[in-house]
Ligand binder design. Structure first.
Ligand code: ADP
Length: 425
C-alpha cells in the first residue's frame, strides 16, 4: 500500500469513528431529553448525512493529496449505515443533484435493492413522492405529502421531503423520511365506527323509553293495565342501557390495563364453579343444566375478577344461545408444552353447548365489538354484542387464547387456554 493510500485509509477510519460516535451521542442525548423517535432519526440523519456527502464527494485533502475516489467506496461509513438501518421508518438520503447516497432497509419497499448511486427518478416507484423530490430539486421549499399505495393491501403514508443543513447557500443533500400511517388510520376508523355503533346501541332503547313516556302521557293515561305493561318494557330498556354502559366501561378499563400482565395465581376450577353458580337462575329459567366436570385444582396465572368475567360471559352465551332444556358442559385439562422446564404448560377450560352453532365464516368475527351472528336473537336475550370482545381483551392481557369450534345444528365449544402457574416445589 502506498503512503498516500495508507494515510487516506487512516483518515477514513477516523472519520467513520467520529461519525459513529457523534451519531450515537446525538441519539442517546436526544433520547435522554425525551425527544420523539422521528426527531431522533432526523437528528442522526442530519449529522451523518454531512459525513456521507463528505465521502461521496471527490476530495482534495491536505496531507493526503488530490485523487479520485474509487467507485466501490461506500457512500456512507459503515457505522453510519448501521445506525440508519436500525430505523423502522423508510429513510432516503440524496446528494444535492438527486442521486441516492443511502436508502435504509425499510426504504426498500419504495426504491428496491441496489438503488445507491442511481438517480432517484430511475428508482423511485411512487409518483407522488417523486414529484415532491422534483419540486425540491427545482428549488422549492421542504414539504410534507400524504399518499397511499393500493396493492397488495392499501397502505397510507406521510413523507417529509426537503434539503438539509443548507448554510453555505450551496445546494445541500435531500432527506426523504416516510412514516407508515396505516395502523394509525385503521385505529381512527375503528374508533369512529365504535362511537357510531355505541351511540346507535344506546339510541334504540332510549327511543323506546321516550316513545312509551309519550304514550303514557297520551292515550294510555287512564289505562292502568297498559301503563303496567309499558312501565315493564321501559324497565327492560333501561336495564339494557345499563348493561351496555357497564360493558363499555369494562372494555375501556380492560384495554387500559391490557399491557400490564397479571401477577396473581388462581385456581381456575373453583373460579369456574363460582361463575356458573352465579348464572344458575338464568340457566334454570331456560331449563338448561350446567354440568361442571370434576377436576383437581388447576392453578393459572391470572386476575380473579377478570377471569371470572371471561367464564361468566362464555357460560352465559352457552345458556343464551344453547338449546332450551339442553345441557352446557364445562371441562378442564392440562396441555403440557414440550421443553417447558417448570412443567407448567397450559390449562384449558372448554365450554360446550348444544345450540344451533355458528356459521364458519362468522367465527373469526365473533370477538369484534358489536358483532352478532343474529342481531335479533342477541337483543331478545339481552346481549350487548360486547361480551366476546371483553373476553378477547382479558385473554390478551393474560397471554391466553380462545379457540372456537362449532357445528351447525349440533353446538359450539369455546375453549380458553391459559398459562399454568409455575410449579413450586
Ligand atoms: P352478545 O351480547 O350479543 O351475546 P357476544 O360478544 O357475547 O355478544 O357474542 C357475539 C355473538 O356471537 C353473539 O351475538 C352470537 O351471535 C354469537 N355467539 C356467542 N356465543 C355463542 C354460542 N355459544 N353459540 C352461538 N352463537 C354464539
Amino acid at each position: 500500500m502506498s503512503d498516500s493510500s495508507r494515510a487516506d485509509a487512516k483518515v477514513w477510519r477516523i472519520d467513520a469513528l467520529i461519525a459513529a460516535a457523534a451519531a450515537v451521542l446525538i441519539l442517546v442525548g436526544a433520547a435522554m431529553a425525551g425527544l420523539a423517535p422521528g426527531f431522533l432519526a432526523v437528528l442522526a440523519a442530519l449529522f451523518i448525512s454531512g459525513f456521507g456527502l463528505y465521502f461521496a464527494a471527490p476530495r482534495n485533502r491536505q496531507g493526503v493529496g488530490a485523487r479520485t475516489e474509487p467507485q466501490a467506496q461506500p457512500l456512507l461509513p459503515d457505522a453510519a449505515r448501521q445506525v440508519l438501518e436500525c430505523l423502522d421508518d423508510p429513510l432516503l438520503l440524496l446528494d444535492p443533484g438527486g442521486r441516492v447516497i443511502f436508502a435504509n432497509r425499510a426504504a426498500g419497499a419504495f426504491v428496491g435493492a441496489g438503488s445507491e448511486r442511481k438517480h432517484i427518478s430511475a428508482v423511485l416507484r411512487t409518483p407522488e413522492l417523486l414529484e415532491a423530490v422534483e419540486r425540491i430539486l427545482d428549488g422549492a421549499d421542504s414539504e410534507n405529502i400524504a399518499f397511499s399505495i393500493p396493492v397488495p393491501v392499501q397502505r397510507h403514508y406521510e413523507a417529509s421531503v426537503g434539503r438539509i443543513g443548507s448554510t453555505s447557500g450551496q445546494p445541500s443533500p435531500i432527506l426523504i423520511q416516510v412514516r407508515d400511517l396505516t395502523a394509525t388510520r385503521r385505529a381512527e376508523e375503528l374508533r369512529a365506527d365504535f362511537v357510531a355503533n355505541a351511540s346507535h346501541e344506546l339510541r334504540t332503547p332510549l327511543a323506546a323509553v321516550s316513545g312509551f313516556i309519550d304514550t303514557l302521557r297520551g292515550h294510555a293515561k287512564n289505562d292502568p293495565e297498559a301503563r303496567e305493561r309499558f312501565l315493564e318494557i321501559m324497565n327492560q330498556e333501561a336495564r339494557r342501557m345499563r348493561r351496555l354502559i357497564d360493558d363499555l366501561l369494562s372494555l375501556t378499563r380492560i384495554e387500559l390495563n391490557e399491557h400490564n400482565p397479571p401477577a396473581g395465581t388462581v385456581d381456575v376450577v373453583a373460579l369456574v364453579r363460582d361463575a356458573a353458580l352465579a348464572l344458575a337462575p338464568l340457566a334454570h329459567a331456560d331449563g338448561i343444566v350446567v354440568s361442571i366436570a370434576s377436576a383437581p385444582p388447576h392453578s393459572v396465572v391470572g386476575d380473579k375478577d377478570e377471569l371470572t368475567q371471561v367464564f361468566q360471559n362464555l357460560i352465559h352465551n352457552a345458556i343464551k344461545y344453547g338449546r332450551d332444556n339442553g345441557e352446557v358442559r364445562v371441562r378442564f385439562g392440562r396441555v403440557t408444552a414440550e421443553g417447558k422446564r417448570d412443567g407448567a404448560g397450559q390449562i384449558f377450560v372448554a365450554v360446550e353447548d348444544e345450540g344451533e352453532g355458528i356459521p364458519r365464516e362468522a367465527i373469526p368475527r365473533l370477538t369484534e365489538r358489536f358483532y352478532r351472528v343474529d342481531v335479533k336473537r342477541s337483543r331478545e336475550r339481552g346481549g350487548t354484542g360486547l361480551g366476546l370482545a371483553i373476553v378477547k381483551h382479558i385473554l390478551n392481557r393474560h397471554h391466553a387464547r380462545l379457540q372456537v369450534e362449532s357445528t351447525l345444528g349440533t353446538g359450539s365449544t369455546f375453549t380458553v387456554f391459559l398459562p399454568a402457574a409455575p410449579v413450586t416445589s
